[in-house]
Write a protein that binds this ligand. Structure first.
Ligand code: TYM
Length: 325
């Protein structure tokens, strides 16, 4: 059965961008593929993070995985740090990725831009190597992510080709799987920038108060026209709200645009706010009941055991191929 894998970093409150670009889509793959979903806690260390926050965020994220509809009987849900093969394969693959390639990664450039060179951790620079290890250990062909991760997937594909060329058919070439809409949800306060965990003014957090979410949508930056159409260049704010609406209602962009014709910007925003608060409201309820259920820890323990079986087999295959004992 084809394998799918994806992960999210527990670096802060999950955003609507993470939800639409990744989390919301995960459960739909469970019936088609053998699915592995992990929490990228080692990746969370690539920027400074308080230990208590990291622990809390990790638990929260696991609860959100379950609240979003991941079923531990169908999916293997685990923590990256609890399957040591991720770190071991990372140590091996580091030797097959080049500094030049890593310096071209947009995410690295963006994240390191405001930092002093002497304060940029090696982990941040080598981030895509660990990410490649995460994917390749599971022989995953399908990797559902948002647009910002596509470049890392391309690097992973190049790495596999390079590795297989030298050692034989050892690793499986993965492919990024993007949603039809909402692959890049933008900031509500500046729709030319990606919505991110580190921008509380422009983002919507999944744990946020529903009234605060509504307020942010109603005051989202748009433009001074009156027409509602999808044009990311000329109308980034309206297009972003349309993407959010289309993604949450599972409708095509065409149908979504047609469904809001005749509305004022105020009416349109109200509709988006209704849909978003309803979706996040019910997600929050399921999240609360997951927290209360006490199931989270057990799911992660079982998940790590199952993941380990698959990951260790791949690691052995790689070690053997390159001449390690
Ligand atoms: P993270 O936590 O930064 O993002 C998690 C997922 O959310 C998507 N995403 C978005 N999608 C649409 N619009 C946005 N504004 C937006 N912001 C974030 C990201 O594309 C991602 O899919 N490097 C990964 C974590 C990871 C991983 C992996 C993923 C580590 N190893 C292996 C897949 C496979 C990341 O960016 O996490």
């Amino acid at each position: 059965m084809t394998r799918m894998i994806s992960g999210i970093k527990p670096t802060g409150g999950l955003t609507l961008g993470n939800y639409i670009g990744a989390l919301k889509r995960f459960p739909s793959f469970q019936s088609q593929y053998q699915t592995f979903l992990f929490i990228a806690d080692l990746h969370a260390l690539t920027l400074p993070i308080d230990p208590k926050m990291l622990k809390e965020n990790t638990f929260d994220l696991a609860a959100f995985y379950l609240a979003a509809g991941l079923d531990p009987n169908l999916s293997t849900i685990f923590l990256q740090s609890q399957v040591s093969a991720h770190s071991e394969l990372n140590a091996i693959l580091q030797n097959f990725v080049y500094m030049g390639e890593l310096s071209r990664m947009t995410q690295f450039k963006e994240k390191s831009l405001q930092m002093n060179d002497s304060a940029i951790g090696l982990g941040l620079f080598a981030y895509p190597v660990l990410m490649a290890s995460d994917i390749l250990l599971y022989d995953a062909e399908v990797v559902p992510v948002g647009e910002d991760q596509v470049q890392h997937l391309e690097l992973t594909r190049d790495l596999v080709q390079r590795f297989n060329h030298r050692f034989g058919d050892i690793l499986v070439i993965p492919k990024a799987q993007l949603g039809k809409t909402g692959t890049r949800i933008m900031s509500l306060s500046d729709p030319t920038k990606k919505m991110s965990k580190s921008d509380p003014k422009g983002n919507i957090e999944l744990k946020e108060d529903l009234s605060s979410i509504r307020k942010k949508i109603m005051s989202a930056v748009t433009d001074s026209e009156i027409s509602i159409r999808f044009d990311e260049k000329l109308k980034p704010g309206i297009s972003n709200l349309l993407s959010i609406l289309a993604s949450l209602t599972n409708q095509s962009m065409e149908m979504t645009v047609a469904s809001v014709q005749g509305l004022t910007y105020g009416g349109f925003k109200t509709k988006v706010a209704d849909v978003v608060t309803e979706e996040i409201g019910s997600l929050q309820k399921r999240y609360q009941s997951m927290i209360k259920s006490g199931l989270v820890q057990e799911v992660l323990n079982q998940g790590a055991k199952r993941a380990e079986l698959v990951a260790n087999a791949t690691l052995q295959r790689v070690k053997k191929a390159i001449g390690l004992w």
